[in-house]
Design a protein around this ligand. Sequence first.
Ligand SMILES: [Zn+2]
Ligand SMILES: [Zn+2]
Length: 169
Amino acid sequence: MMKIDIAEAAGALGREIPFVFRTTADALEAAGADFSFEGPVTAEGSLVYTGVCYRVQGTVRAVKHFACDRCLADCRQEQAHEFTEEYRSEDNGAEESPEAEIFTGDSIDIEALVRDTLLSSQSLSKLCRPDCKGLCPVCGKDLNEGDCGCDRFVPDPRLAALQQLVKED
Ligand SMILES: [Zn+2]
Ligand SMILES: [Zn+2]
């Protein structure tokens, strides 16, 4: 649970009330099929009452652990992703903020927001660095460490088809 008590914000219109949560990926149930998050996951930000709704803004920070798609290196990547969401109580702000999430009681639980932010921010490709050269398909050497001298030329079938078209023209 990441519950923010709204009392302080409710009594101070427009003032940003800070919050900090420290949890783990396990507690947050934030895991991917082929990656994980190590150590603490933190969510830090502020809550402000606008007079109509409560606006939550913050940043979730985590360390992602994964194997590079190209060279299979064991990687750790520090990440920071921003989130913002508006919440309103059931009986207030329906017209002014129809998009706002509804909360009940005297606190707002941002756990789902933090989890969704973290998971939806993950790119499909996982690389140790954007220009990772990968492994040599012939000898398996990590090409980031230097070339191995293998002949790795593989004709691109799409290019071959294109050349065929040009010839027939
Ligand atoms: Zn790599
Ligand atoms: Zn090679």
